[in-house]
Ligand binder design. Structure first.
Ligand SMILES: Nc1ncnc2c1ncn2[C@@H]1O[C@H](COP(=O)(O)OP(=O)(O)O)[C@@H](O)[C@H]1O
Ligand SMILES: [Mg+2]
Length: 206
């Protein structure tokens, strides 16, 4: 692949969207060819799967169904959008990718990180991000931030603090075993300080 694939991870409210926006502006200002996508979604089929996943009416959804829907959306965006863009040499920014499934479904929903890793592989055909930023923050602090944002919580956000802490544990475990792919950043730092670390981590790569 000629391009570079960058993903953003962490619990809700950790600052992913904020840092994505800053990096998008930075890439624009520097005349870089990039695309930005989000998971789940980013394709017509994926956006419809996203609606099912986030719909509060779907309280009967089982953990396995949830996982497979995420993987289905991922397979679609990988083949339809991400791989073609990387083949054209573009920078691809993705708000969440397979580490989210490992942390949310593998760890927090208790389905097993190894089990999910196998499905991640199936969905992506082995495509891995070149760099993954994990913005690390406690569930309480992230909740306080989301409260300020004033948005209604979706089905997954409603799962509670304990769940979010388990997700965080999952991310920390992934980071430990990632051979440097996952860059863990203290998300309680200031927005500009965090972005400085993001830029430094990408030096020589973009
Ligand atoms: N480093 C930071 N320090 C303080 N507040 C932040 C920081 N990063 C983001 N925020 C604020 O926290 C809230 C959640 O950030 P957001 O980027 O939407 O998180 P996410 O996309 O991970 O859910 C927003 O109101 C945002 O302005
Ligand atoms: Mg966001």
């Amino acid at each position: 692949m000629k391009g570079i694939f960058i993903t953003f991870e962490g619990i809700d409210g950790c600052g992913k969207s904020t840092q994505c926006e800053l990096l998008k502006d930075y890439l624009k200002d520097n005349g870089k060819d990039f695309i930005f996508v989000r998971e789940p979604g980013g394709t017509e089929i994926g956006e419809r799967i996203r609606e099912i996943l986030l719909d509060k009416k779907n309280s009967r959804m089982t953990a396995r169904t949830e996982l497979l829907l995420f993987e289905a959306a991922r397979a679609q965006i990988t083949d339809e959008v991400i791989k073609p863009a990387l083949e054209e040499g573009k920078i691809v920014l993705c708000d969440r990718f397979f580490d989210s499934s490992s942390a949310y479904q593998g760890m927090a929903r208790g389905m097993g990180m190894d089990f999910v890793a196998g499905l991640n592989m199936a969905a992506t055909g082995g495509l891995k991000p070149d760099v993954t930023f994990f913005f690390d923050i406690s569930a309480e602090e992230a909740l306080a931030r989301r409260g300020k944002r004033g948005e209604a919580s979706d089905r997954i956000e409603l799962a509670g603090l304990k769940f979010q802490e388990d997700v965080r544990k999952g991310y920390l475990e992934l980071a430990k075993d990632s051979d440097g792919r996952i860059v863990t950043i203290d998300a309680t730092l200031g927005i500009d300080e965090i972005f400085k670390v993001v830029k430094e981590s990408l030096e020589g790569k973009i």
